[in-house]
Design a binder for this molecule. Structure first.
Ligand code: CO
Length: 133
């Protein structure tokens, strides 16, 4: 089912300031910055030198789910994303196994990839993103 780690998502209060830290202090290569209004986040994607990326997430609007996260947990790791070979099949299989899904059906992620989230209730506290290229 799983074919590798794709990225780690980090919730930040201010994306521009966070980009300065990750790009200018640490030297990670900034690949892309874009808004995802349907998910109410603004995202910056960084290369790390390997196959796994870092995704910084800033809330877009007060009703963004990331606002709630920042208020209760503060800045930090928000989710991890793993690649799957067949996202529909994996969701179906996990549901059968009693896993709590945030998304029953995949939605469109960055660059037309299909993504779906698994509830932290079922993963020992980690919001898990499934991603299919
Ligand atoms: Co993500």
């Amino acid at each position: 089912m799983f074919i590798g780690m794709d990225h780690v998502g980090v919730a930040v209060k201010n994306l521009d300031e966070a980009i300065n830290v990750y790009r200018d202090i640490f030297g990670f290569r900034l690949l892309d910055v874009h808004a995802l209004p349907e998910r109410k986040v603004r995202v910056a994607l960084f290369a790390t030198g390997g196959e796994t990326h870092i995704e910084l997430l800033e809330p877009l609007g007060r009703d963004s789910p990331v606002v709630k996260f920042l208020e209760s947990r503060g800045e930090g790791i928000h989710h991890i994303a793993v690649k799957v070979d067949n996202i529909e099949k994996v969701l179906e299989e996990l549901k059968k196994r009693g896993v709590v899904l945030v998304d029953e059906k995949p939605r469109r992620g960055i660059e037309g990839k299909k993504i779906a989230f698994i509830h932290p209730k079922s993963t020992k506290g980690v919001l898990l993103e499934l991603l299919m290229e």
